[in-house]
Design a protein around this ligand. Sequence first.
Ligand SMILES: NC(=O)c1ccc[n+]([C@@H]2O[C@H](COP(=O)([O-])OP(=O)(O)OC[C@H]3O[C@@H](n4cnc5c(N)ncnc54)[C@H](O)[C@@H]3O)[C@@H](O)[C@H]2O)c1
Ligand SMILES: O=C(O)C(=O)C[C@]1(C(=O)O)C=C[C@H](O)C=C1
Length: 390
Amino acid sequence: MSEDITSKAPHGFDHIVVVGLGLIGASLAAAISKSDPDIEVFGVDVDSPTCGEAISRGWVANACAPESEAFSDFVKDRADLVVLATPVAAVDDYLRLLRDWDYRGVITDTLSTKAHILAATAEILPYRRNYVPGHPMAGSEKNGIDGARPDLFEGANWILCPDADTPPEHFQRLHELITSLNARVVAIAPDEHDDSIAVVSHVPHIIAASLVQLAHRHADEQQSLMRLAAGGFKDSTRIAAGSSKLWCGIAFDNACALTSGLREMQGIIGDFADAIDAHDREATTRLLEEAAQARRALPAAWVPSTDKLLEVRIPMSDRKGVVAEVTTIASSAGCNIQSIEIDHITEDRAVLSLVLTDEGDVGKLSAQLIDAGFSVSFNPLSPKEHIHVD
Ligand SMILES: NC(=O)c1ccc[n+]([C@@H]2O[C@H](COP(=O)([O-])OP(=O)(O)OC[C@H]3O[C@@H](n4cnc5c(N)ncnc54)[C@H](O)[C@@H]3O)[C@@H](O)[C@H]2O)c1
Ligand SMILES: O=C(O)C(=O)C[C@]1(C(=O)O)C=C[C@H](O)C=C1
């Protein structure tokens, strides 16, 4: 279905399908329904009790199995956004259904890896530009709807991966939807997603599982060992309790980056072992101190330190992929885009207007935008003054 200009929600998504009502899909359905009860959320899951639970909690207006006619009717008649929140192995079937039903609205996903879905959407979807890869960087070790919560994404970063073909309006609308859930959008290039996420999510998961493996092996020899595990062990291994089936799918879809991250990790552990074995206090302290400082710099929650806002205006005419380019540059400079507007000045002239919160390196952002050939103007929203950079 095409964009609904009579939409009530600011992002224009009034009829949303969430496929997969597990931890992430049900949390998303709950968060959307809580933030705007007028949005009709339709759930799809192979597990019938899960569908019933989502309805009875009021998180979806209706939910059914994939083969139910109610699903095809909803997609054909009303849906303006489809979110795929299943394990990676299930997505091809849904992409084929959406193709067969001639669905032309926006599609996004919550998958932890992008290798497979990028290839599958390129192969299967006739309107591939309508697919904008997504990935909420929040979750838990729990599985299924029982672990789901409406506030799961609050304060979390939510990755979107626009490319040069992504219609600016699709990105803008998804940005609006995600920020309405009190999450924050981080834009990264689709082909960079898996390498980056290997380092901050997939390698840590395997390391957590390895820590538990180590203790578990020793627990066989010493029965009370696990009872000695305190906060340090528990903090660094919580995620190891996650679903082995889900994580096996993630690991195999990102095998290359994950394997190379693990090999690098072996080297780092080897450096620690060598330094300690050699009683090298300087090397041991350096390794520990570098890590401690980097960890202390990680904010507990991603909130701006003041309410100062900065508007950035960028002419978009005659250049494809401006939104993807500008938003990924902003994210790489650590800047947080609070809102996006596209001001259409004439039929073929538009200005991209971003409102930034007070994080990140605005100097770096400005330099990188100018290097990329953009004409940029910065305008602090309070107090009102105007800086122009060409
Ligand atoms: N668990 C996390 O912390 C986390 C975080 C971010 C993203 N993700 C990603 O989000 C997706 C969902 O993860 P999750 O943690 O919610 O998993 P989950 O196991 O909690 O839920 C998956 C749900 O999908 C359903 N399902 C399975 N096959 C299906 C099919 N063919 N059709 C319809 N429904 C199907 C299951 O019945 C279940 O309800 C995965 O791709 C995962 O990698 C997970
Ligand atoms: O369990 C959590 O707290 C998570 O954030 C889950 C987590 C992660 O650890 O990186 C797991 C997989 C993802 O795709 C995103 C988030």
